[in-house]
Ligand binder design. Structure first.
Ligand SMILES: [Zn+2]
Ligand SMILES: [Zn+2]
Length: 100
């Protein structure tokens, strides 16, 4: 179970709903972004995929996990992140619900 977030930027960019937190099978979902596709999505931190599935560009983590586990609630205090659309550090995560 975890918290549902949506990434938003002042340029008008918004992401899909992001299910950040512990997922099924003991994984942990963190938000990642591709600046080529202008997309934000979540992926299991343990899979450690570093390329976009669509365009094969390198992707980047929006949240920098301190170690292996990220506290989903830390998202509320996360500094502004790099927007995959405009490249400014104005992307923030807005809480928009819970999931399980
Ligand atoms: Zn891409
Ligand atoms: Zn932006």
């Amino acid at each position: 179970m975890g918290v549902m977030y949506q990434a938003q930027c002042s340029c008008g960019f918004t992401s899909d709903e992001l299910l950040i937190g512990a997922g099924l099978g003991g994984g942990y979902n963190i938000p990642v972004a591709c600046s080529t596709c202008h997309r934000v999505w979540v992926q299991d931190i343990k899979k450690g995929r570093k390329k976009c599935r669509k365009c094969k560009s390198p992707i980047y983590h929006l949240l920098q996990p301190p170690s292996s586990i990220v506290d989903a609630y830390a998202c509320d205090f996360a500094p502004p992140m790099t927007c995959p659309k405009c490249g400014k550090n104005e992307l923030t995560l807005e809480e928009c619900g819970m999931w399980d």
